[in-house]
Design a protein around this ligand. Structure first.
Ligand SMILES: Nc1nc2c(ncn2[C@@H]2O[C@H](COP(=O)(O)OP(=O)(O)OP(=O)(O)O)[C@@H](O)[C@H]2O)c(=O)[nH]1
Length: 667
């Protein structure tokens, strides 16, 4: 029985009372007039809770709802978040910037969310409050919305966001229906015991079929079809139901106002002026500017220099109370201090640490080197800063004979790796060379010792020791496709050494298949190929599974008979010949002719399995520049010099940056 089945069974047996809280008003605050809850809580804090006109003392836990928006990629999370921010007046209608919470350049360029973003909204909720004065009063609810990424590589962001929430809007595209990441995200929320409100979005589309989606929600998750809200984030239809449903169906945060402070560190990023800015959820107690706080993880003490909410920009409030989500600046300067999942508390108090988060599991490793060796310090600085905002990346220093000093980095997937590279270049101006991505293999030697290999180069022949066995990580992949594409998908999975575990219809048109696949086989190009053979209709998600015994070999690339450690890779024996040939051909295409002949070889141990050569020639950039203009000649020579900077000299051979990039694409 697969993990999904287990979770599904669990869902069916114990979910019902948990998820379908359909009563209009939760008894915790039914009939409590606004402003009358826990007066002592309000009065003790009023003096310093108004830094920017926002009085957080008006929002005890009963008046707070923390919720995430989760969905498959492109089902409309960020657009829906925009509409909710507009509805509550948090941002102006027609602010001219769609997907407001997708702030990173990489998110805007790729049209995907990669970082979860929190925004605090204030909302006046009238329904169910018999006290008429309540309606006259200012907004009576504080809502923290967390927009999450949809792509499988960023599910760590999703699971961290869910830890700060008590509920989630599960958004499903009315035309596409439930997709692979809808399933994955549902179970993430389910495991966190969140209450779920199903939202069927994009009902304005001509092909929308909300009834079919309701049937899927019922059959897959046992969600009551009557609980689903029908919306269009594009036209605004049905949106007015969302916030009342959030307030009435989701529980308030459970913390204790009069207990010592405990804050969960959710996320952080580095700001040039303020240092590290931490996003926190206040689980118990209250935090004020000037307080002395300590970290459970590092034992270090800090003074709170600034504290506030994301509304949606940083808005100082001077205080955060139980159940609220906001930011804290406390003079932390490095990532090593701001540990995601850490518990922060008042220095002199004694607290039980919060459970924190499971450490991120790195699925893909690759070497990152400065394109120009002298930029190592700059790259070091950039990685240090960026890992502060993306705690799921690991980075350890390593050195390569070919590329000099660099880092071995661990990522959650290939898209994650790609996005990290792009952010390094865009946000920090770093120019990098990355080596062929690899997965963490396990090798056993004749003396019985076992090692995990994250860098193929480190698998150097070990004198006196022979490799006796090896294992590779596998995943359980969930693929949802229209039934007419079943044949090609089965062929693709078999070519990738997959083993079918499940085949079932989720409605009368679509099939859900589960495969066990070696992780190595899906990290490069599997998703693209799957999309192309199913005309874009397939959706795919995976969870890691156990290690499986495998027949692996180290494939070396040699330039002029010298092995290039940065180009070594570990492959399955059966595929070694083809991959070796492809790597050699790619390199031949990208390496320019030089003053001497270059031989490129692929080898397993001492056996050469593929060979190409590039004949000698000096590239004369001035060849077509007949006669006269000396400035034009100078310009061409300058350009050539600039181009050379982007080359990496390995032995005596200059290799352009693109050659390394191209090698990443060989599977
Ligand atoms: N027709 C229609 N299009 C919508 C609706 N909501 C969102 N879209 C469009 O769907 C596309 C994806 O929307 P996003 O809000 O970026 O989706 P997302 O789920 O946040 O995407 P990721 O963050 O990449 O997972 C955009 O082109 C939106 O304009 C809707 O209700 N109707």
């Amino acid at each position: 029985m697969g993990a999904l089945d287990r979770a599904s069974r669990a869902a069916r047996s114990k979910l019902r009372p948990l998820l379908f809280t359909t009563s209009p008003i939760s008894s915790t605050f039914r009939g409590i007039p606004f402003g009358c809850v826990d007066r002592s809580f309000c009065s003790q804090s009023r003096q310093n809770s108004r830094e920017s006109g926002v009085d957080l003392s008006q929002y005890p836990p009963e008046r707070i709802r923390n919720f995430s928006i989760i969905a498959h990629v492109d089902h409309g999370k960020s657009t829906l978040a925009d509409r909710l921010l507009e509805l509550t007046g948090t941002i102006k209608r027609g602010h001219g910037q769609p997907q407001y919470l997708d702030k990173l350049q990489v998110e805007r360029e790729r049209g995907i969310t990669v970082k979860a973003q929190t925004a605090t909204m204030f909302h006046k909720h009238k329904f169910g409050f018999p006290d008429a004065s309540d309606i006259q009063d200012p907004p009576n609810f504080l809502l923290n919305l967390i927009d999450t990424p949809g792509h499988v590589d960023f599910s760590y962001e999703v699971s961290r966001s869910l830890a700060a929430c008590q509920g989630a809007l599960l958004v499903v595209d009315a035309a596409q229906g439930v997709q692979a990441q809808t399933v994955a995200n549902f179970y993430l929320a389910f495991e966190c015991n969140l209450s779920i409100i199903p939202v069927i979005n994009k009902i304005d589309q001509p092909t929308a079929d909300p009834d079919r989606v309701k049937t899927q929600l019922k059959s897959l998750f046992d969600l009551d079809p009557n609980d689903a809200l029908l919306t269009s984030a594009k036209t605004g239809q049905g949106l007015e139901q969302i916030l009342p449903a959030v307030i009435e169906r989701l529980p308030s945060p459970p913390g204790k106002c009069d207990s010592p402070l405990r804050m969960l560190l959710l996320d952080s990023y580095y700001d040039e002026y303020k240092g590290v800015i931490c996003h926190v959820a206040v689980v118990d107690g209250a935090l004020r500017k000037g307080d002395k706080i300590a970290s459970v993880a590092t034992g270090q003490n800090y003074e709170v220099l600034d504290v506030g909410i994301m509304h949606p920009e940083l808005t100082p409030t001077g205080v955060l109370f139980t159940g609220q989500v906001g930011y804290v600046v406390s003079g932390m300067r490095t990532t090593k201090e701001a540990r995601v999942g850490d518990t922060l508390y008042h220095s002199k108090s004694v607290v039980v640490p919060l459970p924190g988060f499971k450490p991120a599991k790195h699925m893909v490793f690759s070497g990152l080197y400065p394109a120009d060796g002298s930029d190592f310090d700059a790259l070091n600085h950039a990685i240090e800063r960026l890992t502060c905002n993306d705690a799921s990346v690991s980075a350890a220093k390593e050195s390569s004979t070919a590329l000099g000093m660099g880092f071995r980095c661990g990522f959650l997937g290939l898209l994650h790796m790609d996005v990290f590279h792009q952010r390094l270049e865009q946000e920090y101006g770093a120019r990098i060379i990355s080596t062929i991505p690899t997965v963490p293999y396990i090798f056993e030697y004749s003396d019985g010792s076992k090692i995990q290999v994250q860098n193929p180069a480190s698998l150097a022949s070990n004198p006196g020791k022979r490799v006796t066995a090896c294992w590779e990580p596998s995943v359980i992949a969930t693929i949802i496709i229209p039934s007419e594409y079943v044949g090609p998908v089965i062929t693709l999975c078999s070519e990738r050494r997959g083993e079918q575990l499940e085949y079932s219809f989720i409605d009368n048109q679509r099939v859900l298949m589960k495969y066990r696949l070696p992780l190595r086989e899906i990290i490069v190009d599997f998703y693209n190929e799957l999309k192309s053979i199913t005309s874009g209709y397939a959706t795919f998600d995976y969870e890691d599974s156990e290690y499986q015994k495998s027949d692996l070999v180290k494939l070396d690339i040699l330039l002029n008979a010298q092995p290039v450690d940065a180009m070594a890779t570990i492959v399955h024996n059966l595929k070694a010949q083809r991959i070796g040939r492809e790597l050699v051909e790619k390199l031949k295409k990208f390496i320019d002719r030089q003053m001497f002949e270059i031989t490129i070889q692929a080898a397993i141990g001492s056996k050469i399995i593929a060979r190409e050569s590039i004949s000698a020639m000096r590239k004369n950039v001035l060849a077509k520049c007949y006669g006269g203009d000396v400035t034009r000649k100078k310009k061409l020579l300058e350009k050539q010099k600039e181009g050379k900077k982007r080359m990496k000299r390995v032995g005596s051979v200059d290799i352009p940056q693109e050659a390394f990039h191209e090698l990443l694409k060989v599977s």
